[in-house]
Design a protein around this ligand. Sequence first.
Ligand code: TXA
Ligand code: MG
Length: 306
Amino acid sequence: MDQAADIAEAVAALKGGGLVILPTETVYGLAADAGDPRAVAAVYAAKGRPAFNPLIAHVADAAMARRIAVFDDRAEQLAAAFWPGPLTLVLPIADEAAVCDLARAGLDTLAVRAPAHPTARALLDAFGGPLVAPSANRSGRPSPTTFADALEETGGSAAAALDGGPCRIGLESTVVSLLDQPRLLRPGAVTRAEIEALIGPLSEAEADAKRSPGRLARHYAPNLPLRLNAEEPRDGEVFLGFGPLSQGSLNLSPEGDLTEAAANLFAYLRAADRSDARGIAVAPIPGEGLGEAINDRLRRAAGFVG
Ligand code: TXA
Ligand code: MG
């Protein structure tokens, strides 16, 4: 089917209160009309997601974002620099009706992001309003980075599904709160250094669950036990290597490239889960740049607080 027909079908599904599997440049999402509480409830149900964990409102551009959230100078600067792209801003809410209470988990703040993937942009343009879209995995599982993985996770709950190919980035967006002092709630492909260069130092996310409700300890987790900073596999373990010196068939990046490793991470965790191994060992990954986000996801997948 051609893209225009697929988009039209997806818009019709959304207008009818249905859910749509949506490709973005970070990970696949499960999208719903942000203003439709029944559709949003169906998203929580499909994921098995606790209702205290709010969703990101996806917008076509900054103009759409300004209708639903209050932008200050810092938000304007970050949106101008990184949108469309893998950056989510947490801001005070401007229009309570556009994004229903359930989608915000009752908070008076809103997470907004303008995704860069051409299919996501086409859908948002055609729909004409904000869409909530959590990662399309069932709660606690690794986010899907391919169409097949998205279908396997939550495809059964979707009225339409858009195939956008493998996700270019492979890790969820960076989340920055601008409610008071800027805070990094979730590291991602827009790095700490890139954000700090524009708006100054970022504070850490607080452990306080109310401020960063999605930051549960165990998250993004494969079924098999995960061992981090491993130099080599032990008996029965599948090994996710990194760099030219790592042995093993599942090397996250033989070249030692963090962008490539991020793009492969969730798909390789899933592949490891499908093997007959008894555990997963992961080589050390450098912590700078995109490495901060990769190590954050690995620590959570292994069950450590980040
Ligand atoms: O890359 C992404 O952001 C993907 C794609 C599909 O766009 N979406 C995604 O959504 O990762 P989700 O729901 O899996 O993660 C949203 C994160 C959660 O950690 C949630 O707690 C946080 O954003 N969040 C949402 N609204 C918030 C708010 N008002 N205050 C603080 N954190 C918020
Ligand atoms: Mg998620």
